[in-house]
Ligand binder design. Structure first.
Ligand SMILES: [Zn+2]
Ligand SMILES: [Zn+2]
Length: 138
């Protein structure tokens, strides 16, 4: 599977030989301007050959595009594993839960139970205490 290319000599987004990716051309037609070097055209149904205008979505940067995909993947995984796309997985107890019950990171796509985190840091401190006892001079 690869992208469809067409020939549009003189288009600002065309290569030197006049070829341009069809979805780039269609997006620039919809916008009424050329795309910048940073902008990325995304296929909503992830079918690279489906260049129907309703299937195309513009992202300002590749970074935004990539984060859109990873969020989407995470939601699909959450839906599959917990039955709810919005649920987050606690890295401590490995259980999915509703974000309001959790401490959620700034990205909104990672969270943990405060209770699990507290338990975990207690275990760590316990280990440290035992180590220091062990190292005490006799
Ligand atoms: Zn995409
Ligand atoms: Zn937990």
């Amino acid at each position: 599977m690869s992208y469809k290319a067409i020939t549009k000599h003189g288009h600002p987004n065309a290569r030197a030989n006049g070829t341009i990716l069809e979805h780039v051309f269609l997006m620039s037609e919809m916008l009424g301007r050329a795309l910048t070097d940073l902008e990325v055209v995304h296929h909503r149904d992830e079918d690279k050959r489906n260049n129907h205008p309703s299937n195309l979505q513009l992202f300002a940067t590749q970074a935004e595009h990539v984060s859109y995909h990873s969020t989407k993947r995470a939601k699909e995984k959450a839906l599959l594993e917990s039955g709810n796309a919005e649920f987050l997985k606690c890295p401590f107890c490995k259980e999915y839960d509703d974000p309001p019950n959790m401490a959620v990171r700034k990205t909104g796509r990672a969270g943990y139970h405060r209770k699990c985190n507290a338990l975990w840091s207690n275990t760590r401190n316990e280990t440290k205490r035992q180590e220091s006892k062990f190292n005490e001079p006799t």
